[in-house]
Ligand binder design. Structure first.
Ligand code: GAR
Length: 222
C-alpha cells in the first residue's frame, strides 16, 4: 500500500526553472511529495506554462489587484487551502510575505536563494557578490521565517566566482546548483528526515546535513 504524499504548493514569480526541477523530481508516483498547485503573483509568466504542461493547477493571484499585502496573502492562502496544500515551496517568488502568512506556514515553508546566506540577502545578489570581490558564491535552501532570507538552513552549494564573471554568468552557474539542491531538500523534508532544533536543521538527527558544499548530494537525496 502506498503512503500518502506530501501535498506541496509552489509560489513563483517568473521563469520557474526551479519549479521545473521540482516538477521533474516529484514526477514519479513513488516520490514522497506531490505538487498540487502553482501560484504566481505575476500573470503570464513561464512558470505557469511549465505547471500547465505538467498537468498541475496553475493559478494567478496578481498582487497589483490587491490593496495591501494582507489581502494579497489572504487570497494566496485561500488558493493553497483549496488545493489542499500542506507545505509551500517558494521558487523565485519575489514578494515579501506578511508575518501572519509566514507564521501560519512556520516549519512548512522553504525558499531557495542565490547566495550563501547569511551573506547577500535581498536582490541583485550575484552582482553584489562580484562587486564585493567574493571568491565563492552559491545558493541556500532554508525554512522561511518572518525576517527576509533568514531561517534555518537545509542545504547550501558553493560555486566559484570567476574573475570575468558577469551577474548573468554567475547566476547561471548558481542556478545549476539550485536545481540540484532544491529537489533534494524537498525530498528530505517529505521523507520526514529534517528537524529544526535551536534554529539549526538536523538531517537524520545529525548536526551537519550532508550533500552540501562542493560535493554532489548523496544518492539517497536525489
Ligand atoms: C533563482 O535564482 C532563485 O534563487 C531566485 O530567483 C531565481 C528564480 O529563477 N530567488 C530569489 O532571489 C528569492 N530571494 P527561476 O524562476 O528560474 O526558478
Amino acid at each position: 500500500m502506498s503512503k500518502s504524499r506530501l501535498r506541496v504548493g509552489v509560489l513563483v514569480s517568473g521563469s520557474g526553472s526551479n519549479l521545473q526541477a521540482l516538477i521533474d523530481s516529484c514526477s514519479g508516483t513513488d516520490h514522497p511529495a506531490e505538487i498540487v498547485t502553482v501560484i504566481s503573483n505575476r500573470p503570464g509568466v513561464k512558470a505557469l506554462e511549465r505547471a500547465r504542461a505538467a498537468g498541475i493547477e496553475a493559478v494567478t493571484v496578481d498582487h497589483k489587484a490587491y490593496p495591501d499585502r494582507e489581502s494579497f496573502d489572504a487570497e494566496m492562502q485561500r488558493a493553497l487551502d483549496s488545493a489542499g496544500a500542506e507545505f509551500v515551496c517558494l521558487a523565485g517568488f519575489m514578494r515579501l510575505l506578511t508575518p501572519g502568512f509566514v507564521e501560519h506556514w512556520s516549519g512548512r515553508m522553504i525558499n531557495i536563494h542565490p547566495s550563501l546566506l547569511p551573506s547577500f540577502k535581498g536582490l541583485n545578489v550575484q552582482q553584489r557578490a562580484i562587486d564585493a570581490g567574493a571568491r565563492f558564491s552559491g545558493c541556500t535552501v532554508h525554512f522561511v521565517t518572518p525576517e527576509m532570507d533568514v531561517g534555518p538552513i537545509i542545504q547550501q552549494a558553493v560555486v566559484p566566482v570567476h574573475q570575468d564573471d558577469s551577474a548573468e554568468s554567475l547566476a547561471a552557474r548558481i542556478l545549476e546548483q539550485e536545481h540540484r539542491i532544491y529537489p533534494a531538500s524537498l525530498r528530505w523534508v517529505a521523507e520526514g528526515r529534517i528537524r529544526i532544533e535551536g534554529g539549526r536543521v538536523l538531517l537524520d538527527n545529525a548536526a551537519a546535513p550532508a550533500g552540501s558544499m562542493l560535493n554532489p548530494a548523496p544518492e539517497s537525496a536525489r
